[in-house]
Write a protein that binds this ligand. Structure first.
Ligand code: AMP
Ligand code: MG
Length: 522
């Protein structure tokens, strides 16, 4: 037996779908539907996050047991638990899409351990009433991407959902990767995701959209009771503070994304966690060349709604939608508007503070804003790797000449031969100003370097790295998957044995599917 401390509340305290059969339909006046995971033909656990497992109260021998395998691939149901899929809606690419819901996520149960409550869900475990036209399954490539990246984000210090396990289902899944009429079979996989809660903005929106204020209130009160207890008993004022908290957390989350160069790719309101966690790792990506206009999602290639520099604004847009959803419980627009305005005031301040840290500017100075703005401009002049640039910037010393300083970061340039003439001059100017500014810093070079290295990661999960692990795993070789997992557990440490991953994206990966752009197919 696994001996977990089960403490279900979502499927015990909230209204359930009264229709019992697992057919695709509109589910009304309910927060979820009971549904059992699909049985898999030949499940195999590929990886377990031992850190997550120990937080849930597992011991190592238990995660290698048959019971673990069966429960976390859907073949067995943990005694006295009732798996379910959640009902939610959402705005997709700016348009209200109606009911979406857990189309392929099945929540297993909630676990309490060390005074913390966790919800566990399987992604890719079969059809639910919310599956719409799709099959409820997930393929190995997207599951590896979600598994590795959610754990990598956690170790980067970015608020995120986590993962407990990655498994093959043993079944084949049909996907048309490029949406060009060439479907092919791929290996099916299941990730067990873990978070304090998987509630999204869309969970609230759906009830307001349907005029079902009773269920809306029940869900908001439940959320406050279980996840925002410190705000007090539910009341109009508490609802306002609740919205303020969600706005603050969402802002913190997106500042972290900008800091590490993460682009989510599909910031629809159904992919916005009410707890301010990064959720739903689909066609995400990491900035390689520092390019504000970049998005990894091929589906968004024309409008680039979810490009890197729009992310903070999109969070705000999504918060407007949440404000609209909560409005019927508050019936006053002003306090909600004030919170949205304060987001707009706070964002530039927090962004600048984060950038100060990335640049190692710890004693505030009036020239800083311009210095930061100018850096963003120069970084766009020639393709410059974001991660490598900021990491190497910490080795610049106050006593360097401009030439020495540029030499220290030049590994970040994709085409060094372009750094001549005007471009070279811009870099020289910028470094001259930066070195002048460092003069005014009171901390020593070594101390500044150490502090900068706590916010500028050395290793991130570049798309081509994930793709290499996927290609190997597809052939049954998991060594690289294991290696990347280990590497990404310590993204801020030097880790000399993994130095080969401190490298720019290789040229072969520039336009390769999975390495630069990704479709939503998963
Ligand atoms: P996403 O774009 O991944 O956030 O998904 C949007 C909606 O589509 C959610 O309601 C998902 O549950 C659903 N969905 C995505 N892929 C599948 C699938 N293979 N089967 C069923 N539902 C899916
Ligand atoms: Mg989603």
């Amino acid at each position: 037996m696994l001996n977990l401390t089960i403490k279900d509340s979502f499927n015990k305290e909230l209204p359930v779908d009264l229709v019992k059969d697992n057919t695709r339909r509109q589910v009304v006046e309910a927060c979820f539907s009971f549904v059992k995971p699909k049985k898999t033909s030949n499940p195999k656990i590929l990886h377990v996050s031992e850190d997550m497992a120990s937080r849930l109260g597992f011991y190592e021998e238990k995660t290698s047991s048959e019971a673990f395998k069966n429960i976390f691939t859907g073949n067995e149901i943990y005694p006295n638990t009732n798996p379910y899929a959640m009902c939610y809606g959402g705005h997709q690419f700016g348009h209200w899409a109606g009911q979406l819901g857990d189309g392929r996520a099945i929540n297993l149960f909630e676990v309490t351990h060390n005074k913390k409550n966790w919800a566990l869900q399987l992604k890719g475990a079969g059809e639910t009433p919310y599956s719409r036209t799709a099959d409820g399954l997930a393929v190995l490539r997207s599951s590896i991407r979600e598994y590795l990246c959610s754990e990598a984000m956690y170790y980067l210090g970015v608020p995120t959902t986590r993962a407990l396990s990655l498994a093959l289902s043993g079944d084949q899944v049909l996907r048309d990767v490029m949406y060009d009429g060439n479907p092919a079979y791929e290996k099916g996989a299941i990730v067990c995701r873990v978070a304090e809660s998987f509630l999204r903005f869309g969970n609230y929106q759906i009830f307001t959209a349907r005029g079902d204020l009773k269920t809306l209130k029940t869900l908001v009160d439940y959320t406050i009771k279980h996840h925002f207890k410190y705000l007090g008993e539910p009341s109009k004022n508490t609802y306002i503070s609740f919205f303020k908290e969600v706005a603050n957390r969402s802002l913190d989350m997106v500042i972290h994304w900008q800091r590490v160069g993460f682009v989510h790719g599909v910031m629809n309101t159904d992919n916005m966690s009410i707890l301010g966690l990064t959720i739903d790792y689909g066609p995400y990506g990491w900035l390689e060349g520092y390019d504000h206009g970049w998005t990894p999602n091929t589906t968004d290639n024309t409008h680039k709604r979810y490009r890197y520099d729009s992310q903070p604004e999109i969070v705000l847009w999504n918060l407007y939608q949440l404000a609209n959803a909560l409005y019927p419980l508050i019936e006053e627009a002003e306090p909600l508007e004030a919170i949205l305005e304060s987001y707009q005031e706070e964002f530039p301040k927090k962004y600048l503070k984060m950038m100060h840290y990335k640049l190692g500017l710890f004693s505030p100075n009036e020239m800083d804003e311009k210095l930061i703005f100018n850096l963003e401009e120069v970084l766009h002049k020639t393709e410059t790797d974001m991660t490598i640039f900021f990491r190497l910037l910490s080795s610049v010393s106050k006593n360097d000449t401009v030439k020495e300083a540029i030499r220290k970061i030049e590994k970040a340039f994709y085409t060094s031969s372009e750094v001549v003439g005007e471009i070279k001059k811009s870099w020289e100017n910028w470094f001259q100003n930066y070195l002048d500014r460092l003069e005014k810093e009171t901390v020593l070079d070594e101390e500044r370097k150490a502090k900068m290295n706590t916010v500028n990661p050395k290793y991130v999960l570049r798309n081509y790295m994930a793709q290499l692990a996927i290609d190997d795993a597809d052939k049954g070789n998991y060594a690289l998957l294991n290696e990347l997992y280990e590497l990404l557990k310590k993204p801020y440490e030097e880790q000399p044995k993994y130095e080969r991953w401190f490298a720019k994206r290789p040229e072969w990966a520039r336009n390769k599917v999975g390495c630069s752009m990704l479709s939503c197919s998963s």
